[in-house]
Structures are given as structure tokens and as C-alpha cells.
Write a protein that binds this ligand. Structure first.
Ligand code: NOJ
Length: 451
């Protein structure tokens, strides 16, 4: 027994990272447009103004997805493209873009998986306090409603928030991502509360809009801790460490967010670690936050994420001096998809969807005009074997979505690190399928039998 017959084989992107066309057809500004102008925020002073020009080249891009045999495509809607002021007025041209994209995907037999929030908060809402403002809950509900109306029941898979730990942690605590702020724990606590409630409101809005078989989840960032060995003691230790409070900073751990959403509580460890900054919710608010979800989605690149300082990589057997790393410096830890699927299923009891996994490299075009990326193939092969083991042991794994469909704007790191299965030449916007894209096509064709 391997992957189920209807397994979703996908690739992912996010609006700000690929669309470009930042001032076209009535799009409003996001925090990433307006706040990255200040020097020092993004490598080489780069930004997403043009990115991959996907806004204009989406037909070509969907054709490439079809050629690769993808059965799903995860993308995000740019909030300011459809609601330029963040709430209220709808931008019809922006709406049409996403409607056409979804029509094309459906015609190509590719299931759209839509992320509502992948970090591009409308600038006008930022000026009103952004996620610090309790009104953000209703702004987000209004945005979810606009998205549901836009897709008229044609989209079945939704993700409310991408990586809350990261956009809150890097954006509001450490000042590395937009809006580049460094706030006190009490502010992170208030933001947590708003984001959790906004998630709940969006779930309610999406579910009441349909379709009937709608599937809603989240996409937290989550490299679990890999056991040192497969003895019961080591497995238990890794399990415990995977969910412990992130002592490196409030809001950084997976349990902080996912226990709230799936279990309706903050754990004892989080309460001990963050005391009065653990958000207080009324019974009614908890009911909103914990509405049942349909899958447990997670973005996963390396094991050992949620560890105690000083050395976050010192625990598992993949971490040693000179151990294999990707261009981002993240350890290559193939078993992480197995352990993550297992630990998250045990704790949250929902079907598992890998919403991101992949490798950054400094890919280049060779003399033969091709992009040879054996490291990406090897990385993905190994990680997928881990996921396959989970499926074979009976864990309900419903899909795997590779990050990324194509090279794109890697936030504060700019464009140097390439995550795509498709190479993008940013001078010409030419796309080239990398060797890994052809390899992935064969994996999909065999439904993972050849792994
Ligand atoms: C996490 C984010 O969701 C995505 O936007 C980012 O590019 C990748 N992982 C790689 O860092």
C-alpha cells in the first residue's frame, strides 16, 4: 500500500512572490510593496514589483503545470488586488484575474488550493494597526467573503493562514519581514488573539458559502523534532520536544497555534513559558477558533525546528559538523516528513496534507540550455520516501505540495535562492522546466510507486 489513488500531487506559490504587476488594474499596495522601499530590508534592495510576471503569464504557467502533470496547485490571493483598500470596494479586474486562473486550472484537471493570507496585508489596513487592531478580525472575515463570492463555489480547498509563526514572529517580533517591527510579548499576544479569531471567522464564512465538500485547513510552519533513534524513549523525547513551548520567542512554536485551533487550549508548557501573555478567550471565542477543520496542513523543510537554544540543530542524527544543507542553510533531514506526519496525526487527528516542502539552490542554466538540479531531485526523493512510509503505516496522507512551482521572490532574501521546479530568467521571464520537474512528473505518473 502506498499513496491513495486520489492523492494530491502539487506545487505551490504565493501572490506577492510571483505575480508582479504591482500597480496594474487597480491593485492596492500591500505592506511588502510599501515597506520594502527602505534600504536594508531585502537583499540587494529587491522587491516583488515584477517578480515572475505571473499576472500576465498565468496561461503559460498553467500550461507548464499541466505538462508537469500536477493534480493540484496551491496559490494565494493578493488581498489588495481584490480589495485595494483592504475592505469595502471590490476591484473587478483583480477578481477577473483569479476567476480566469481558476477556470484554467479546472479545465486542465488541476485542483486549486487557495491560501487566503500569505503575508501581503493591505497597506491601508497596516496604517490602521494591521494585525494589532482587533478590527482585523472583521476585515479578514470581509476579505474571506469577497474570496468566496469571487470563486462561486468552484474552489474546494482553502488554507486560511500561511505560517502564522513566521509572519508574526519575523514580521512583528524580530523585524525581519514586513511590517519590520519589533514588539513586546504583550503585543504578540494581542496579535495571536486577532489572528486566531480571524481564522475562525474566515472558516465560518467559507463554510457557509460552500461548496458542500469544501476542505479547509491551515499551513503552519513545522519542522518537528526527529528522534535520535527508533527506541520508544527517543521517540517519546522527540514527540515531547516537537510540541514544547518555543522558549526562543512567544508565538514561535507549533503548539502555540495548533493546540489553540485543533485542541481549543494553550498547553501547560506554553502557559508556564508565557504566563500572562497567553491570550484569554471566552467560551464563545473558543468555539469560533476551534471549528472543525478538514485536514492538518503543514509546511516542512527540516527537522529540529522548535528547539531550545543555543544550537537548534544539535538534536537529531542529521546534524553534525558539515552536514548536508540547502542554500538557505537548512539541514537536509529526509525523515522529517515521516515523523511530522506521524506526530501531527497522533496529536491533531486530521488527514495530513504537506502544504510546502522543497529545497533552495543557486540553480543555473547550463551550456546545453537545461537546468540540471540533481540535489533537488535527491532531496525530494528522500523526503517523499519518508512521507510514503507514513502512508504505508496507515496515516491518512492526502497530498504533497512542493515549494515551489517556480523560482520566485524569497522575501527578505530576494531572488538569489531558487526554490522552483521551473527556472525563471528574470530578465526575459523565460521559463525552463528543471530536471526536477521532469523527475516529479514521473513520480506523479506512477503515484509515487517509483520512489
Ligand atoms: C515558507 C513560505 O510559506 C514561503 O513563502 C517561502 O518562500 C518558503 N517557505 C521558503 O522559505
Amino acid at each position: 500500500m502506498g499513496f491513495r489513488k486520489d492523492f494530491l500531487w502539487g506545487a505551490a506559490t504565493a501572490a506577492y512572490q510571483i505575480e508582479g504587476a504591482y500597480q496594474e488594474d487597480g491593485r492596492g499596495m500591500s505592506i511588502w510593496d510599501s515597506l520594502t522601499k527602505e534600504a536594508g530590508h531585502v537583499a540587494w534592495g529587491e522587491n516583488g514589483n515584477t517578480a515572475c510576471e505571473h499576472y500576465h503569464l498565468y496561461k503559460e504557467d498553467v500550461a507548464l503545470m499541466k505538462e508537469m502533470g500536477l493534480t493540484c496547485y496551491r496559490f494565494s490571493v493578493s488581498w489588495p488586488r481584490i480589495l485595494p483598500e483592504g475592505d469595502g470596494r471590490v476591484n473587478e479586474k483583480g477578481v477577473r484575474f483569479y476567476q480566469e486562473l481558476v477556470e484554467l486550472l479546472l479545465d486542465a484537471g488541476i485542483e486549486p488550493v487557495v491560501t487566503l493570507y500569505h503575508w501581503d496585508l493591505p497597506y491601508t489596513l497596516y496604517e490602521k494597526g494591521g494585525w494589532k487592531n482587533p478590527e482585523s478580525v472583521e476585515w479578514f472575515a470581509g476579505y474571506a467573503k469577497a474570496v468566496a463570492e469571487m470563486f462561486q463555489g468552484k474552489v474546494r480547498y482553502y488554507i486560511t493562514f500561511n505560517e502564522p509563526q513566521v509572519f508574526v514572529g519575523l514580521g512583528y517580533r524580530l523585524g525581519i519581514h514586513a511590517p519590520f517591527e519589533k514588539n513586546e510579548p504583550s503585543v504578540i499576544s494581542a496579535i495571536t488573539r486577532n489572528v486566531l479569531l480571524a481564522h475562525g471567522r474566515a472558516v465560518a464564512v467559507l463554510r457557509s458559502a460552500g461548496p458542500k465538500d469544501i476542505k479547509i485547513g491551515m499551513a503552519p510552519s513545522s519542522g518537528c523534532v526527529i528522534p535520535k533513534s527508533e527506541t520508544e524513549e527517543d521517540i517519546e523525547e522527540a514527540r515531547r520536544m516537537s510540541f514544547e513551548a518555543n522558549k526562543g520567542g512567544i508565538g514561535g512554536g507549533i503548539s502555540w497555534w495548533m493546540d489553540a485551533v485543533f485542541l481549543g487550549e494553550f498547553s501547560k508548557e506554553n502557559k508556564e513559558a508565557f504566563g500572562e501573555n497567553v491570550p484569554q478567550l471566552t467560551e464563545e471565542e473558543w468555539a469560533l477558533v476551534t471549528q472543525p477543520l478538514d485536514f492538518f496542513g503543514f509546511n516542512c523543510y527540516a527537522g529540529g525546528g522548535n528547539l531550545v537554544p543555543p544550537n537548534p540543530y544539535a538534536y537529531d542524527r542529521y546534524s553534525y559538523q558539515g552536514s548536508p544543507k540547502t542554500a538557505t542553510g537548512w539541514n537536509i533531514t529526509p525523515d522529517v516528513l515521516y515523523w511530522a506526519a506521524r506526530f501531527y496525526y497522533e496529536r491533531y487527528k486530521k488527514p495530513i496534507l504537506v502544504t510546502e516542502n522543497g529545497l533552495a539552490a543557486y540553480d543555473l542554466v547550463s551550456l546545453d540550455g537545461c537546468v540540471h538540479d540533481p540535489n533537488r531531485i535527491d532531496y525530494t526523493h528522500r523526503y517523499l520516501r519518508g512521507l510514503k512510509r507514513a502512508a504505508e503505516e496507515g496515516i491518512p496522507v492526502i497530498g504533497y505540495i512542493h515549494w515551489s512551482f517556480m523560482d520566485n521572490f524569497e522575501w527578505a532574501s530576494g531572488y538569489d535562492m531558487r526554490f522552483g521546479l521551473v527556472y525563471v530568467d528574470y530578465r526575459t521571464q523565460q521559463r525552463i522546466l528543471k530536471d526536477s520537474a521532469y523527475w516529479y512528473r514521473n513520480v506523479i505518473l506512477s503515484n509515487g510507486e517509483n520512489l
